[in-house]
Design a protein around this ligand. Structure first.
Ligand SMILES: Cc1ncc(COP(=O)(O)O)c(C=O)c1O
Length: 365
């Protein structure tokens, strides 16, 4: 869709890039590090000061007790997930994933030879059927994976849901992988609860996250995993083998962001994105493309039944041709091919571009 969009010089609401300006503190941190000569390999765990700063930030946001030894800096959340999953999972292991899902989670697990078992959740609440979930657990099941807040559904898991997941994880000796990339993109009166703060998950959780979205640096490839010191130690060897380390000056860039950005920065990101969500949801509904007011992350799965085409892909292409707006056909987030006529819009766009997209969508009426 991005290639088609580029051909048409359209508005790319398909890719999940964050369109915030990169904070000055982050840019200066990287620039100064380059000039200072921080251009060599770092430890395969990541820079010690960055590991501590990540621990401190997460402790202050979620009242946790994470230490440097619990943090691995990797090449994005993608690298953090790959390295920890490689250590904890083996070919033939089963992992349960909630659907709709983020494609990289499933592809990563499949690349490790794991069998992915899907449990479907449906809008608007995307509630979990815990009986169904428990019935899916077999002797081969090793892990459950959540994306919280979820790309693409926008679901934000409640504390009660995480506690119930924790009970199952403990009872069946599983691991919970929790991708918390969008933890600061949470709206209305919704509270984000990190899986790290759930007692029953204390020794069996791996949280992956990173700076791609919150600092708008998807190309920098700096993310992290937080889990037990033993898993971090083991995963650091995979990190070393595959990546050596994320780019040294860019680690310093995000470190400077962590040290110097005020709390208001993170709050403001949510406030600004909430306004963008409201604008797009209203426009979509006014234009006859049904959309819910999601609680977290910055995507909207909208029903585009009204657009011509027999499959969602055809509809998405027709929408692109009509409006110049690219979206992701919903089948990217579901394993079965049943066509729900959903497409994903990313609303983390600059105000002018979002306004133009809304204007074009309104012309559909
Ligand atoms: C849920 C989720 N996790 C991870 C990533 C990728 O993160 P990174 O750029 O840190 O590898 C994305 C990117 O879209 C995402 O949506």
């Amino acid at each position: 869709m991005t290639l088609l969009c580029n051909e048409l010089n359209g508005i790319n609401m398909a890719q999940g890039l964050c369109d915030l300006d990169v904070p000055r503190e982050v840019l200066e941190g990287a620039q100064n590090a380059l000039i200072r000569g921080e251009n060599s390999y770092t430890s395969s765990y990541g820079i010690s000061e960055l590991r501590s700063a990540i621990a401190m930030k997460q402790n202050s946001f979620h009242s946790l007790d994470i230490k440097e030894e619990n943090v691995l800096v990797s090449t994005g959340a993608t690298g953090a997930f790959y390295t920890t999953a490689k250590i904890l999972l083996h070919p033939g292991d089963e992992v349960i994933v909630f659907e709709p899902y983020y494609g990289y989670h499933v592809s990563t697990l499949q690349s490790l030879g794991c069998k992915v078992k899907f449990i479907s959740t449906t809008p608007p609440e995307y509630s979990i059927d815990f009986n169904k979930l428990e019935n899916l657990i077999s002797e081969k099941t090793k892990a459950i994976l959540v994306c919280n807040p979820s790309n693409p559904s926008g679901k934000v898991y409640t504390k009660a849901e995480l506690e119930s997941l924790g009970k199952l994880v403990k009872q069946y000796h599983l691991i919970l992988f929790s991708d918390e990339m969008y933890e600061h993109f949470v709206y209305d009166d919704t509270t984000f609860v990190s899986a790290l703060s759930i007692d029953s998950l204390k020794n069996n959780v791996v949280v992956v996250s990173g700076f791609s979205k919150i600092y708008s640096v998807t190309g920098w490839r700096v993310g992290y995993a937080i889990t037990s010191a033993e898993i971090i130690e083991a995963a650091s060897h995979i990190n070393d083998l595959i990546y050596l380390c994320p780019p040294a000056p860019l680690q310093h860039g995000v470190l400077n962001g962590l040290k110097n950005l005020p709390l208001s920065y993170y709050k403001n990101v949510a406030v600004e994105h909430q306004k963008k969500r409201d604008k797009l949801v209203k426009t979509l509904n006014d234009s006859g493309l049904k959309a819910d007011s999601i609680k977290g992350a910055y995507y909207i799965l909208a029903d585009i039944s009204k657009i011509e085409g027999t499959t969602t892909t055809e509809k998405a292409i027709n929408l692109l041709n009509k409006t110049g707006i690219a979206t992701v056909p919903g089948k990217a987030f579901y394993h079965a091919t049943s066509d729900m006529h959903l497409v994903r819009f990313c609303f983390s766009k600059k105000e002018k571009e979002l306004d133009e997209a809304c204007r074009r969508l309104r012309e559909l009426i």
